[in-house]
Design a protein around this ligand. Structure first.
Ligand SMILES: O=C(O)c1cc(C(=O)O)c2c(n1)C(=O)C(=O)c1cc(C(=O)O)[nH]c1-2
Ligand SMILES: [Ca+2]
Length: 680
């Protein structure tokens, strides 16, 4: 049974906006600009910036949070949605809250058990856990005020995104489109945790009738005719797993909708169709969730092209008119400027190399696809951007001072090929697409590494072109902070935190903390002193799926929160090194390796890394003690020996022969990648 839609709620006090010195909301302000007006740290003195203090989380795994700073306290979430409240002057722990997520739930997380941050309003801290609970904590002591389940624990939904508070409502989506779920976004009463409205992003089985939610009408009137076949069997996808913004004046809430499930539209919706509201930006009335407009960036998505990326609201002078716009650089490689009152497309331009579409037609607002882009044959299509996107979840920033949007851009190419036989396995990786595993030849690996590039892009949304690009050594880098001090801060893979000149992209300063920084850095002032803060740690999708391609990964060390100030003198942590590898002898036949590779991709890769190279948050199986003997290896994989630690047993679907083949594949990978020189 679906929850009923409930009408508007009474309105508590007006929202708190960008209060001087604080970083009170996920994107700083409701427009999510991530532009700090603080300028005590600026392009003249940034060279004096030094580490003030750092705080370590309890456990390793991916860290993606943007911290929140209110009054004198920093609120930051680590892996598994553990919340830490720290004294913003010195990092002393005030309290911590562990939602106690059963470790086995990690199996449903496509991209690690990350959490992108908390929301804080009116003395409450809101956090969403990977197993689907939305919780309110007392900001003074971390006491649990209420906790609401947003989906059934056993379903392959997860939550990685930060909730947003908008005038008495807490809004949250979820992830899981790689596992076969049906996306939705919900709004809860901030005081009581009661559900106010729920909006499904894709239609359900028409035979079931209306869901009783606020999205019934738009799904019936707009969306259903854009789907074919029996899509509901596969979930459909359309998860709202990250970005939301709110315009308090129009009182519209915007959310970004994710990719289709499975990825290949031919399976999901045979015969085609746009498949609304996949890969769309949707505007609804905040109070009721009532549909207002949508713009679909990738009709009938077949490439994991989410439109869940960061959205920024701004006023731009276009022609002779001042327009209220919404800007997004989604995975598909086009930078969009929309009129945020109406959803009208104002411009769409390639911000990275794109080959799936030649351009977006300004008349129809639709992309013009290139031949073969939907990988119709049994040959792989080399798609640009890859499934990781021209830009992923790492937040961008908009500086009204320079008129530029600073984007953590990625240039990359992905293989896409139909799975020869698609068999839907509920709760498992269900994309219908083979992304051939990394070439096992180290020379080809070097080539792949070289073809994946990342850069900091300063995009002019009025002139519709790049003003500058500063290349990085790897493709997977962190979110961006822009400041009135003429600075842009970004975590750069393998290098720590780096400051750039906002006008020309010149590198001005760097602090290596031997951890990657992926979430958005923030800035705040306390007792007259300006600070820069960023959460850091190894993990996240790229560290798992392409760890062998990264400039650096470490041993599984916990991440933490790092804070800098002018003349900060704290010592930086010591480096960690890629583990050395001494695998058993490689005696398997090629068919065994092939079988093991296929099973590994479906059951193991999402945690232990592509090519069995772990990304730093999780045990590296190439040096697992269980690898030494076949019988030993079956214990955790089939019998669930390590279930309490989060390693589920798969005896229900895997046979002994599967386990043995997986073991052989890992041994092969250990010999292939084991001696790969680490760049450390
Ligand atoms: O379709 C989904 O439901 C979904 C969820 C998530 C997530 O919740 O982290 C990611 C993705 N997709 C995805 O496509 C993606 O590239 C991605 C990267 C990351 C990350 O945290 O590094 N999460 C996700
Ligand atoms: Ca996805």
């Amino acid at each position: 049974a679906q929850p009923p839609a409930i009408g508007a709620t009474a309105l508590p006090p007006t929202p708190r906006l960008d209060t001087a010195g604080e970083w009170a909301r996920h994107g700083l302000d409701t427009a999510e600009t991530r532009f700090s007006r603080l300028s005590a740290i600026n392009s003249n003195n940034v060279g004096r910036l030094g580490l003030a203090w750092h705080f370590r989380f309890d456990r390793p795994r991916g860290v993606e949070a943007t911290p929140i700073m209110v009054a004198d306290t920093l609120y930051v979430s680590g892996p598994w949605g553990v919340v830490y409240a720290l004294d913003a002057r010195n990092g002393q722990l005030k309290w911590q809250h562990d939602p106690q997520v059963p470790a086995g739930k990690g199996m449903h997380a496509c991209c690690d058990v990350v959490n992108r941050g908390v929301a804080v309003e009116d003395g409450r801290v809101f956090v969403a856990t990977i197993d689907g609970r939305l919780q309110a904590l007392d900001a003074r002591n971390g006491r649990l005020l209420w906790s609401t389940r947003t989906f059934d624990f056993d379903t392959p939904y997860t939550i990685t995104g930060a909730p947003r508070v908008a005038q008495g409502l807490v809004v949250i989506g979820n992830g899981g489109a790689e596992y076969g779920v049906r996306g939705f976004v919900s709004a809860y009463d901030a005081q009581t945790g009661e559900l106010r409205w729920r909006f499904y992003t894709v239609p359900g089985n028409p035979a079931d009738g209306p869901d009783g939610t606020i999205s019934d009408r738009p799904l019936k009137d707009l969306a259903r005719s854009t789907w074919r076949g029996e899509w509901w069997r596969y979930g459909g996808g359309g998860t709202v797993w990250d970005s939301m913004t709110w315009d308090p004046e129009l009182d519209l809430l915007y959310f970004g909708v994710g990719n289709g499930s499975p990825h290949d539209r031919d399976i999901r919706s045979p015969g085609g169709g746009d498949n609304l509201f996949l890969s769309s930006i949707v505007a609804v009335r905040r109070a009721t969730g009532e549909y207002v407009w949508h713009y679909q960036t990738t009709p009938g998505d077949s490439w994991d092209y989410t439109a869940t990326q960061h959205m920024i609201l701004a006023e731009l002078k276009l022609g002779n008119r001042l327009r209220k716009v919404l800007m997004q650089a989604p995975k598909n490689g086009f930078f969009y400027v929309l009129d945020r009152a109406t959803g009208e497309l104002l411009s769409a331009d390639k911000y990275v190399p794109v080959n799936w579409a030649s351009h977006v037609d300004p008349g129809s607002g639709r992309p013009v696809e290139t031949e073969g882009a939907r990988y119709p044959t049994d040959q792989p299509f080399l798609v640009q951007p890859s499934q990781l996107g021209g830009h992923n979840w790492q937040p961008m920033a908009w500086s009204p001072d320079t008129g530029l949007v600073y984007i953590p851009a990625q240039e990359n190419t992905g293989f896409m090929m139909k799975e020869p036989v698609f068999r839907h396995e509920p709760e498992r990786w269900n994309t219908g697409v083979l992304n051939p595993p990394m070439p096992p030849d180290p020379a080809l690996l070097e080539q792949a590494r070289a073809s994946m590039r990342g850069h900091l892009l300063a995009w002019d949304p009025v002139r519709r072109t790049a003003t500058w690009r500063t290349p990085h050594s790897g493709s997977w880098n962190g979110g961006v902070l822009a400041t009135a001090g003429g600075l842009v801060f970004q975590g750069v893979g393998g290098e720590g935190l780096v400051a750039f000149d906002a006008r020309d992209g010149r590198r001005l300063w760097q602090s290596d903390i031997w951890l990657d920084i992926l979430g958005g850095p923030i800035s705040y002032t306390l007792d007259g002193e300006q600070y820069i803060a960023a959460a850091a740690g190894f993990g996240s999708s790229m560290h798992i799926t392409s760890s062998a391609l990264l400039p650096r990964t470490g041993a599984p060390v916990p991440g933490g929160l790092f804070v800098w100030k002018l003349d900060g003198k704290a010592a930086t942590p010591a480096p960690t090194h890629r583990p050395s590898v001494t695998p058993p002898a490689d005696t398997a036949t090629e068919p065994e390796i092939g079988h093991g590779a296929a099973r590994y991709a479906r059951y193991c890769m999402q945690c232990h890394g592509a090519g069995a190279v772990a990304g730093g948050g999780m045990p590296d199986l190439r040096q697992s003690p269980y690898l030494s003997e076949a019988a030993l290896f079956r214990r955790p994989l089939l019998d669930g020996l390590l279930a309490a630690r989060g390693m589920p047993g798969f005896a229900d679907t895997l046979k002994e022969a599967d386990a043995d083949a997986i073991r052989h594949y890992i041994i092969r990978m250990a010999h292939t990648f084991g001696r790969l020189p680490a760049k450390d």
